[in-house]
Design a protein around this ligand. Structure first.
Ligand SMILES: [Zn+2]
Length: 325
């Protein structure tokens, strides 16, 4: 039997509306449910933010961190590097415009102090920060070229270090090798057992950020081998993607154009004016970064923060070819 024209018109309207839905994959299946639940923050939340550099945690999640703390949850930030390979930033701090290995190391220590002050501005204690002190601008090379002890460790061309300072490591004999970074992250996650992990998305165009996703995914595989019942929610954030978000000066942070919303659509976390003010106050603590790129930091203080969920992924490092650089 032929359908009535009214019914056909209704179906056409429904089809048009679905095209405008944010998650086009789900939209093509109108009865499909999101693969993962919405973001819920409670006093049981144990948040781990994986930050490639000091300041990424506030840029991406300065508001969400406050919300977890206010809900009575716990927050830890794992800084993969000290941000000690930022040559333009180091030269800016030196009157003569030069930068030695000593200057780069000093810059990293300064950024650690700034990170502690920023977390304090968000209401967190000293124990919230963990500095793994791996090489800034070098993480992507650890995914394959400097993966294991079959060759010498990576040596930072900035600090001239080939391993983190001794007091920064969980595992003895840690050097700048990929398997060592996975091991450090897995130890941290196994001990802390976060219920929610924020990590950059692999499409983030900074090689250290892209690499952070692969190391986290690899470390989670290791953790699950030891704790088979452990599960956690993983959300991705973006800091570096073309000229996003600076081409859009609206008060709300838009989704990066050209990127889909992942497994459950873009997740919007609205911020109150008070949370925005505190986020800005935390970013002000990053004096070296304010000096080098205030405009960049300011671009992330908006009325919301935005995240996506990765599709379930099994990552086993090392990978060939290197995915991030
Ligand atoms: Zn970064």
């Amino acid at each position: 039997m032929m359908r009535s024209s009214f019914a056909r018109r209704l179906m056409a309207i429904a089809a048009v509306l679905l095209v405008f839905c944010e998650d086009s994959a789900a939209a093509r299946r109108p009865h499909a449910r999101p693969q993962t639940p919405p973001l819920v923050i409670t006093s049981d939340t144990r948040l781990l933010v994986v930050a490639p550099h000091p300041d990424d945690e506030v840029l991406a999640a300065g508001g969400l961190i406050q919300q977890v703390r206010v809900a009575g949850g716990k927050v830890r930030v794992a800084y993969l590097t000290d941000g000690d390979g930022f040559a333009d930033g180091v030269k800016l701090e030196n009157r003569d415009g030069k930068a030695s290995a000593k200057d780069f190391r000093g810059y990293g220590r300064r950024r650690q102090k700034e990170a502690r002050a920023a977390l304090a501005a968000l209401g967190l204690g000293e124990d919230a920060a963990t500095f793994l002190s791996f090489p800034d601008q070098g993480l992507c090379k650890l995914i394959r070229t400097y993966w294991s002890d079959r060759r010498h460790p990576y040596k930072s061309p900035y600090t001239r270090r080939d391993r983190p300072p001794l007091n920064e490591t969980f595992v003895t004999d840690t050097e700048y090798r990929g398997e060592d970074l996975t091991q450090e992250l897995a130890k941290l996650i196994g001990d802390y057992q976060p219920t929610l992990i924020l990590v950059p998305r692999k499409e983030d165009q900074h090689p250290d950020h892209c690499a952070a996703w692969f190391f986290l995914a690899d470390a989670l595989g290791d953790v699950r081998r030891v704790f088979p019942d452990y599960s956690t929610d993983v959300l991705n954030y973006i800091v570096h993607f073309k000229d996003w978000p600076f081409q859009d000066e609206r008060s709300a942070l838009p989704a990066p154009p050209g990127l889909n919303g992942g497994a459950s659509g873009w997740i919007q976390v609205p911020l109150t004016p008070a949370e925005m003010k505190t986020k800005r106050a935390a970013l002000v603590k990053y004096k070296t970064q304010q000096h080098a790129m205030k405009w960049f930091l300011d671009g992330f203080v908006r009325t919301n923060e935005i995240f996506s969920r990765p599709a379930p992924a099994r990552v086993v490092l090392p990978l060939k070819p290197q995915p991030c650089c």
